[in-house]
Design a binder for this molecule. Structure first.
Ligand SMILES: [Zn+2]
Length: 217
């Protein structure tokens, strides 16, 4: 897990991590001089990083300023479809290729993550670690790259679906089912368990968005 406060990271990674950890949220303005000061980096690499992030659609223009992009409703559905399939594929491949040591790491995570119940931020980080471990367990570098892309776009969602009440324990139970299938070497079951997990996360997300609309009215 990367920590934004550690040095020797490039400006791009630093800004990306700040978006990912919601220091900068969708709609927030990113100002070159402020970023340079915050990260102790000169303005040229910051400018280059901002251009790169804009090319990747993680930032968007609002008049003359650059703001963190947000996902509209159809982009959100599109993202979850791709995520479900790719994560499912990763689980299927992990069931076939993950080393016993890698499965053990997943098992240990299940246990450790239970201790984080009540800490949404911690759980959100743990969730990312868990999924990343499955990606790596697939032993397919192209898939890992594609999943990194998907997860980068997930950073544009204002809140984590784990913040939803009651979702935490259910989500951890789903994680347990995924690990069981991977451990059993059952690719089809692992694929299905992970697809279902992402589908539940999407349902939670839609409910959260509906509540947010209600609250704004
Ligand atoms: Zn999860």
């Amino acid at each position: 897990m990367l920590d934004p406060r550690t040095t020797n990271k490039d400006a791009y990674t630093l800004i990306l991590e700040a978006i990912d950890s919601h220091i900068y949220k969708p709609g927030d303005r990113l100002v070159e001089s402020e970023l340079a000061e915050r990260f102790g980096v000169s303005r040229t690499p910051i400018r280059e990083a901002l251009q790169r992030l804009e090319t990747q659609s993680l930032l968007t223009r609002d008049g003359r300023s650059l703001i963190v992009a947000s996902l509209d409703h159809s982009q959100l559905s599109e993202l979850y479809v791709v995520r479900g399939e790719l994560e499912g594929l990763a689980a299927r491949l992990a069931a076939r290729h993950a080393a016993p040591e890698e499965v053990k790491v997943l098992r240990d995570m299940l246990e450790e993550d239970r201790k984080l119940i009540g800490d949404p931020e911690g759980l959100s980080r743990a969730n990312r670690r868990f999924h990343k471990q499955i990606h790596l367990g697939s032993h397919n570098r192209f898939l890992v790259q594609q999943l990194d892309l998907v997860h980068r776009s997930m950073a544009l969602l204002a809140t984590t679906s784990l913040a939803a009440e009651g979702r935490t324990e259910q989500s951890l139970d789903e994680h347990a089912r995924i690990v069981e299938a991977i451990e059993a070497g059952d690719g089809a079951a692992a694929y299905q368990a992970l697809r279902d997990h992402i589908s539940e996360a999407f349902v939670t997300r839609l409910k959260l968005d509906a509540q947010a609309v209600e609250a704004a009215e």
